[in-house]
Design a protein around this ligand. Structure first.
Ligand SMILES: *C1O[C@H](CO)[C@@H](O)[C@H](O)[C@H]1NC(C)=O
Ligand SMILES: *[C@@H]1O[C@H](CO)[C@@H](O)[C@H](O)[C@H]1NC(C)=O
Ligand SMILES: *[C@@H]1O[C@H](CO)[C@@H](O)[C@H](O)[C@H]1NC(C)=O
Ligand SMILES: *[C@@H]1O[C@H](CO)[C@@H](O)[C@H](O)[C@H]1NC(C)=O
Ligand SMILES: *[C@@H]1O[C@H](CO)[C@@H](O)[C@H](O)[C@H]1NC(C)=O
Ligand SMILES: *[C@@H]1O[C@H](CO)[C@@H](O)[C@H](O)[C@H]1NC(C)=O
Ligand SMILES: *[C@@H]1O[C@H](CO)[C@@H](O)[C@H](O)[C@H]1NC(C)=O
Ligand SMILES: *[C@@H]1O[C@H](CO)[C@@H](O)[C@H](O)[C@H]1NC(C)=O
Ligand SMILES: *[C@@H]1O[C@H](CO)[C@@H](O)[C@H](O)[C@H]1NC(C)=O
Ligand SMILES: *[C@@H]1O[C@H](CO)[C@@H](O)[C@H](O)[C@H]1NC(C)=O
Ligand SMILES: *[C@@H]1O[C@H](CO)[C@@H](O)[C@H](O)[C@H]1NC(C)=O
Length: 709
């Protein structure tokens, strides 16, 4: 065949398959020959369930999004080297096919470092034990595993035909993640790594562009993109005139930690900055991070991060519309799309309208040239009246008016037409009768019962290998000296400690997201002779960011017995270690747990530590989402039918004296109609009699919204 015939045949074949070439230039991505302004939203598949995915995607589409963006979570998919898991909530292919079925595109951020307030930034913990490994730099072992996983994901997508170049929905991919934040720490090797990562990714020939976010020097042809709250102000622009301005993370809120308060970003503020990015920076892709946050189930959240993720996003943790945010952004998307051709094909110019006011106009060529305009008022207090093309416009404070025809204002970022709504939590069941509960006291191990022995305080993560949050440090203290008013002093670089002497609870202490190290000092009663000291060190997620993650230290750093006379440093004593709790070893939270486990009637329900509670409940009748209100508990972990709902921590109050999170989402798909098994592990003296089961719904509010929704 002549070459041209082959070409035509191939093109026809590709067209038949719906293949769409994705390229780009200085203005935008070009999909199948068409420029696009794309609104995108982050939804992370493992933070919700396959049963909820279709509804979330449908609501995103209805809200005017064209793209769903997700990270890929390496530590879920490769729990052991070469062993993969893509089942259930981890079914990436099913998630992408669901997006495709609803006619949206996908931006796939493979990373495989993702940060994302996800434990260990997405890295499998086994990487830690690869000899000679240094993460995220020009290091052979690291690059080998990174390439291996990236290749695995790309091949999987290719074999399912999921790239746009194959007729699939994936139009963009990301390699690495905000690397510039750490690059300096790696010097020359960091720069070589960026070059390598870009080349490796491009070499996988996905047929769609790659991006690196927050990487000003992203090597060609990889596109550097912006992350932040105000990319219309902060983005320094693409690093080549041939690359478009893309915003990969527009933060709709901020992640929330135990001990912290929720961060509320108003609909007006989000709309302002999205519009500014499009008007001022020629932006053509904006992703809301998150559009739906969902839930950090299990032990997936990073250090101190609560299970409710970006609940303030346009779709809340339960997938319900958060109004007016969702509706206001929907109107914004419609206003921009009504003039997208003009924005994409027209020539941009800007002009001053006042000291704090500016205008942006996009005009197409030709006499009948279409025109779109943005009138910006940066004055935070005053309304400003401007003249534009012989008409007068009133600009509310801190707002942008969109004029898709350079005449009529169809949207103003500060004028919210959508009604507010409010979440309604309806209790459907309490657990107040003690005879509905059983309990199991976990065992405080003594030194004699431990098998791992060391003459020093070992690093927490390196001992647990992240198989558990819990690590026991045990010691035999021979008390044969005079010691009055003895106190135990423990310094920790993990997150929580609980100290016991001869089986008696002495007390606990904890750090916080921002203060990494803390001290517990408690009086201790010493017996003559041998005393069994057992200290439980707890982590609430692994760190997720920063350079040299593989070298982080957690766990106890010093232990002393202080007497009035003298103090005894036990740091280099002989310590015995136990990874995890007995209940964890017995998988006591499983539906079909070991029948030899002896549960007891509920005893004293206040001030008990390291105790397990079990009860059963029936599913609430409606279809509304379900949540447990755990406000009477202390700190621990909760399971329903063997599925982890996540870590709870009620006793850690924020500066206004409230817990950071009391409601814990139980997905409907985890539930049976009757006899659901609820298991709580409590380490800090909570009371299960006052928890409740609730349904979650929302209702419109007829009054005008207050600001800050
Ligand atoms: C990004 O989102 C924030 C709030 O989530 C908003 O204030 C800002 O305007 C947005 N910026 C862009 C460019 O979309
Ligand atoms: C990745 O490593 C596994 C073994 O850990 C090997 O079986 C597989 O072939 C490797 N894959 C790639 C794409 O290199
Ligand atoms: C936007 O595009 C115009 C061309 O239409 C160009 O002159 C201008 O410099 C661009 N602005 C930015 C911030 O890239
Ligand atoms: C137009 O935008 C450029 C780039 O932001 C700025 O330097 C210039 O002052 C603006 N011109 C006017 C008239 O505002
Ligand atoms: C504004 O009015 C002036 C005079 O009234 C006229 O010359 C000019 O063309 C008008 N401009 C526009 C954009 O309509
Ligand atoms: C825009 O404004 C003009 C003049 O007020 C009016 O005639 C026209 O119908 C408006 N267009 C739209 C789409 O509202
Ligand atoms: C981790 O533990 C192993 C023994 O299991 C030890 O050889 C290694 O030095 C430890 N690494 C760190 C960083 O503590
Ligand atoms: C006192 O205890 C220490 C260990 O803590 C031991 O080495 C020493 O022999 C003991 N002394 C007596 C008199 O028992
Ligand atoms: C310390 O632990 C050992 C071994 O479990 C036990 O025999 C001993 O009675 C304990 N001592 C005290 C004072 O509880
Ligand atoms: C414990 O041992 C380490 C390492 O041998 C040493 O640096 C440290 O000074 C010792 N601490 C005490 C309190 O003896
Ligand atoms: C329960 O524990 C508290 C605190 O330790 C104690 O004051 C109370 O007497 C106990 N009640 C019973 C019934 O054991």
């Amino acid at each position: 065949m002549e070459n041209w015939v082959i070409l035509v045949v191939m093109s026809l074949a590709l067209l038949a398959m719906g293949a769409e070439e994705v390229t780009y230039d200085g203005r935008s991505l070009i999909i199948d020959g068409h420029r696009k302004i794309l609104f995108s939203g982050s939804i992370h598949y493992p933070r919700s369930t396959p049963q909820i995915w279709p509804t979330l995607i449908a609501k995103a589409k209805e809200g005017g999004l064209n793209v769903i963006q997700t990270y890929v979570f390496w530590n879920l998919h490769e729990p052991q080297p070469g062993q993969y898991d893509f089942s259930g909530r981890y079914d990436l292919v099913r998630f992408i096919k669901e997006i495709q079925a609803q006619g949206l595109y996908v931006c796939l951020r493979i990373g495989p470092y993702v940060e994302s307030e996800w434990t260990y930034g997405g890295f499998p913990f086994w990487l830690h034990d690869v000899p000679g490994i240094v993460y995220r730099t020009d290091n052979e072992p690291f690059k080998m595993y990174m390439q291996n996983f990236t290749t695995k994901i790309v091949s999987m997508m290719q074999s399912e035909g999921l790239y746009a170049s194959q007729g699939g929905p994936i139009i963009l991919s990301q390699i690495e993640n905000e690397y510039q934040n750490v690059q300096k720490a790696f010097g020359e090797e960091g720069s070589r790594y960026v070059e390598w990562a870009a080349k490796m990714a491009v070499g996988l020939k996905t047929g769609v562009p790659w991006v690196m976010c927050k990487q000003t020097d992203a090597p060609d042809p990889v596109i550097n993109t912006c992350n932040g709250m105000r990319c219309g102000e902060t983005f320094t622009g693409p690093n080549s005139p041939n690359k478009p301005a893309l915003w990969t993370e527009n933060w709709t809120s901020f992640y929330h930690v135990y001990g912290g308060e929720p961060y509320i970003r108003s609909a007006e503020d989000i709309a302002f900055h999205v519009t500014l990015f499009i008007a001022r920076k020629n932006g053509s892709y904006v992703n809301y991070y998150m559009y739906h946050g969902g839930t950090n189930f299990g032990r997936t959240s990073s250090a101190y991060v609560i299970t409710s993720y970006y609940d303030q996003a346009p779709l809340d943790e339960y997938g319900l519309l958060r109004q007016p945010k969702w509706g206001h952004l929907k109107e914004l998307h419609a206003a921009i799309k009504s003039c997208s051709t003009t924005l994409l094909e027209g020539k941009q110019s800007n002009f001053s309208l006042g000291q704090l006011q500016e205008g942006y106009v996009f005009e197409e060529e030709g006499e009948e040239g279409k025109c779109a305009a943005f009138l910006v008022n940066n004055d935070h207090v005053n309304i400003f009246t401007v003249q534009f093309r012989n008409r007068s416009y009133q600009l509310p404070p801190n707002s942008i008016s969109i004029l898709p025809d350079c005449q009529n204002v169809t949207f103003n970022t500060a004028t919210v037409n959508t009604k507010c709504n409010r979440r309604i939590i309806s209790p459907v069941q309490t657990f107040s009768s003690a005879d509905k509960w059983e309990q199991f006291q976990d065992v405080i191990p003594n030194f004699d019962q431990t098998s791992l022995i060391s003459n020093s305080l070992l690093e927490h993560m390196n001992v647990t290998k992240d198989k558990s949050d819990y690590l026991w440090y045990t010691l035999r203290f021979e008390h044969n000296l005079s010691c009055s008013e003895p106190k135990l002093q423990v310094q920790s670089a993990a997150h929580v400690v609980h100290a016991f002497a001869d089986g008696t609870y002495l007390g606990g202490a904890h750090g916080s997201h921002d203060v990494k190290s803390f001290t517990l000092e408690v009086p201790v009663t010493l017996n003559e002779g041998t005393n069994n000291i057992s200290i439980l060190s707890v982590m609430v997620g692994l760190p997720d960011s920063g350079a040299f993650l593989e070298q982080r230290f957690a766990g106890l750093t010093t232990v002393e017995i202080e007497c009035s006379e003298e103090s005894y440093d036990l740091t280099n004593s002989t310590w015995g270690y136990q990874v995890g709790l007995l209940g964890e070893q017995l998988e006591i939270y499983e539906e079909q747990s070991d029948s030899s486990i002896q549960w007891f009637e509920l005893g004293n329900t206040t001030d008990q530590t390291i105790v397990w509670y079990k009860a059963t409940f029936d599913s609430p009748k409606s279809d509304d989402p379900v949540a447990l209100n755990l406000e009477s508990m202390g700190k621990g972990h909760v399971w329903v039918n063997g599925q982890s709902i996540g870590r709870y921590w009620i006793s850690f109050h924020h500066s206004k004296g409230q817990p950071s999170q009391t409601l814990y989402h139980v997905p409907r798909s985890f539930l049976n109609e009757n006899g659901n098994i609820l298991v709580l592990f409590e380490e800090d003296g909570g009371n299960p009699l006052h928890i409740s089961l609730n349904t979650v719904s929302s209702t419109n509010i007829d009054d005008t919204c207050l600001n800050n929704h």
